[in-house]
Design a protein around this ligand. Structure first.
Ligand code: SAJ
Length: 421
């Protein structure tokens, strides 16, 4: 890693969430002077105190180091800098179109602070054409001429929650400029922080590459979920089918599960559909397939409980995936709603998620008199529970392990009927 001598020295990062905070902290420990901006006062206070509002391995240590070095401070509004990085959410609306209001708001907030020679980098995932369109148009309201006095690039984030710091440093980065000079200047910012390779390109290629990455994962998971359903129709275990198919040297099928959650994969593929509805047919079908998976899981659960009167289901894990505290777009919400709609009583357990639409119960209360343990998220703690002790509290011993993370022989030995995808 080289120092930031050649690059901009002062960086203002807008948005201190899952992407902005680790990025701001890593830039600060790489030698840049970083101002982090967030509209939420509690986030600003937490960061300045060296604390982090999210659960992520190693993040607190890096944020503390960054704040203690004097290179990172958080505040409510932006100020002048050499470069600005926008890392705000881009959710979808009900109609599956991109809601770019946070990007617009962040861009507008820096317009009064822009000066000649500034660089603005957009990290948020956006529909193709946004960087060289909407973003450039808003920034041009400063009176500075894009490509001559103002440089603009899209550098999509690629970090995996649960491995954020490792991936922030090790992953290759795609940097798409509205012109070559913009891409070159943006690459200078990332090189001191990133050990992976940095690939300069155009803004629209960078936008598409990011969307295609996540759509490819969505399509892969949809295929796995479809294989699970087809296999079950034939009385077979989908995971066994996939595991054996994957013994072929050129087959790499992903894992089926209770559905696809998180703030990225259920959202980003729609940005491809939005821009090319007639062409993005596989992408759309994959989205629909994965969105239907929670209902399929709920229906299968209820079939197992056909003979049980007034069934109670202990739902293990509401985070969108294992070992994170994030429940955004989690398939667990749709599963819980569907189970309730089918007449079941539900009780959710999760040791990571703090806030959720359903009450989070303690394990003991949740399994007491329950008729089924429905495991939706593969949090590591679930593997350590003693099935016999759980079974003693339950009314009916059924466990449906949608993530295949439990030791099934131990649960069977404790008298459980083990259900798999
Ligand atoms: N899932 C499955 N089966 C699998 C893999 C995942 O059902 O085989 C489910 C998970 O349980 C979860 C969802 O899919 O509900 C998504 O999880 P994930 O681990 O695949 O991805 P995210 O959303 O945590 O992060 C993704 C990553 N993208 C890719 O791997 C292509 C990450 O690198 C991106 O930076 C991130 O989206 C993002 O912010 O865009």
């Amino acid at each position: 890693m080289s120092g930031p001598e050649e690059a901009a020295k002062e960086i203002c990062v807008l948005g201190l969430g899952y992407v902005g905070l680790p990025t701001a902290a890593m830039l600060a420990v790489s030698g840049f002077s970083v101002t982090g901006v967030d509209l939420r006062a509690d986030v600003v206070d937490a960061v300045n105190a060296g604390d982090v509002p999210i659960e992520e391995v190693g993040l607190k240590t890096v944020v503390q180091a960054a704040v203690n070095s004097g290179n990172l401070r958080a505040q409510a509004s932006p100020e002048e800098a050499d470069a600005f990085i926008i890392a705000v959410p881009t959710p979808i609306r009900e109609d599956h179109t991109a809601d770019l209001s946070y990007v617009e708001q962040a861009a507008r907030s820096i317009v009064p602070h822009l000066r000649k020679g500034n660089l603005v980098v957009l990290e948020s995932t956006v529909p193709p054409g946004t960087t060289d369109g909407l973003l450039t148009d808003i920034l041009a309201e400063s009176g500075l001429v894009p490509k001559e006095e103002l440089f603009i690039a899209h550098c999509p984030e690629r970090i995996l929650p649960g491995r954020i710091l490792t991936e922030l440093v090790q992953n290759d980065r795609v940097i798409g400029g509205i012109d070559e000079e913009s891409a070159r200047r943006a690459a200078e910012i990332y090189r001191p922080m990133v050990e992976g390779e940095v690939f300069p390109t155009t803004a629209v290629v960078a936008e598409l590459a990011k969307l295609v990455e996540n759509a490819s994962r969505d399509v892969g998971i949809a295929f796995a979920n479809e294989v699970a359903r087809i296999s079950r129709k034939h009385g077979a275990d989908g995971r066994e089918v996939i595991a054996l198919a994957n013994r072929h040297p050129r087959v790499h099928i992903l894992d089926p599960g209770a559905g696809v959650g998180g703030h990225c994969i259920p959202v980003d593929p729609w940005f491809l559909v939005e821009g090319a509805p007639d062409l993005a047919r596989v992408v759309r079908t994959a989205r629909e397939t994965n969105d239907a998976q929670p209902l399929w899981v709920a229906e299968r659960t209820m079939r197992e409980l056909d003979a049980v009167e007034d069934p109670k289901i202990s739902v293990w894990g509401v985070a969108y995936k294992g070992n994170v505290d994030d429940a955004r777009e989690t398939p667990a919400l749709a599963v819980l709603k569907a189970l309730e709609a089918k007449g079941a009583r539900v009780s959710a357990v999760d040791f990571h998620v703090k806030r959720f639409a359903y009450q989070i119960d303690d394990l003991e209360a949740s399994v007491t008199d329950a008729d089924c343990v429905l495991l939706l998220t593969d949090h590591r703690e679930f593997c350590f529970f003693e099935p016999a002790a759980i079974g003693e509290r339950m009314r009916t011993r059924i466990v449906f392990d949608t993530r295949s993370c439990l030791a099934h022989e131990r649960w069977e030995a404790a008298g459980f009927k083990v259900v798999t995808l």
